[in-house]
Design a binder for this molecule. Sequence first.
Ligand SMILES: N[C@@H](CCC(=O)N[C@@H](CS)C(=O)NCC(=O)O)C(=O)O
Length: 189
Amino acid sequence: MSTYKLTYFTFRGKAELIRYLFAYMNTEYEDCKIDMKDWPEHKSSYPFGKLPVLEIDGIVYYQSLAIGRYLARKAGLTGKTELDDLHLDAILDTIDDFVSQLPWYTEDKMKDYVDKNSPAILSGLEKELGEKNWFAGDYVTWADFFWDICSDSVDFYVPGFAKDYPKLMALKGKVKEIPAIAEWIKRRL
Ligand SMILES: N[C@@H](CCC(=O)N[C@@H](CS)C(=O)NCC(=O)O)C(=O)O
């Protein structure tokens, strides 16, 4: 069995998808957290000076979505066909584009940015869901996890930003009701 060591900062951020996937698989891993104040002395030790990284059997892998895709395959949380995966990857990239462009840590700018830019993204994603239960249709995938995690992060800064999108809100509820995820949410800090 492989050993896993996740390294990130002390907040959920881009490591939370990896943590959801480990929780779903009930797989043990070391969860190493670096305080931002200590980061300058560590930065040059990591690929491209960024986190998260996941060490698998001592080898360092980077980029949260690449790691997420690898774990999602192991967890059976990717698409059933190559075209399903193409569709799901497009949804994941759309969400990632949106959250990566946000002016994090600047509360005043966050609200303006989200108010201006989220309607186009949210209405597009709501349309993607249509009458389906999950982004893939009738089965849960890591794209559903990613939406739940990213929207929680935005909601922290701009509470209720997605409240007018009932299908997207219902999807969050469904992800959080998955027993392994519910259990993880209860015990995470
Ligand atoms: N696309 C990368 C982005 C990685 C990234 O930007 N990480 C940020 C934290 S969310 C970081 O390491 N910041 C510290 C720095 O740039 O010095 C991923 O998803 O892993």
